[in-house]
Design a protein around this ligand. Structure first.
Ligand code: SF4
Length: 155
């Protein structure tokens, strides 16, 4: 369809997935991202944080490791999606997700996120999946890139 519409093949990521759909992480456009950056986390399902829409990372959300556009497109013609409904992303579109995305309701023990603030944070691109210490500058750059892609999805 991309070729019919634009006369070219779409840009692909390292897994040969079209970047227009897989170029951003779930985490980059998630409506709970502000909660993540603020260190506001659901500690267990049903707690006050869950009721207030806090980030689901600590109850197993794999959005920081998952490249897809669910958080932009949502499901059922934009009705909702798992994170909006209160359950973390399972990373189901990632290669070998069943073996590599760990326990559904726990963070990945081998890829924990840390920030300069002693909390949690992350950044990565579709071609270089990385986890590490972030600075405020890096967070700002990632946010700017995500907003640019949302505004100009054809780029
Ligand atoms: S960890 Fe999950 S719930 Fe939290 S901001 Fe990222 S994608 Fe959204």
């Amino acid at each position: 369809m991309h070729f019919i519409l634009y006369g070219t093949l779409p840009a692909l990521d390292v897994f040969n997935r079209p970047k227009w759909a897989y170029g951003l992480r779930i985490h980059d456009a998630c409506e709970r991202r502000g909660r993540f950056d603020a260190g506001e986390f659901v500690e267990q399902f049903g707690d006050e944080g869950a009721k207030d829409g806090y980030c689901l990372y600590k109850v197993g959300c794999k959005g920081p490791y998952t490249f897809n556009n669910c958080s932009k497109q949502k499901f059922n013609q934009g009705t909702s999606w798992p994170v909006q409904a209160g359950h973390g992303c399972m990373g189901c579109s990632e290669p070998d997700f069943w073996d590599k995305m760990g326990i559904v309701h726990e963070p990945l023990g081998d890829r924990l996120y840390h920030t300069a603030f002693g909390g949690l944070g992350s950044d990565a691109t579709a071609d270089k999946i990385g986890v590490g210490i972030l600075t405020v500058t890096a967070i700002g750059i990632a946010a700017h890139a995500a907003i640019s892609l949302i505004k100009n999805p054809k780029e």
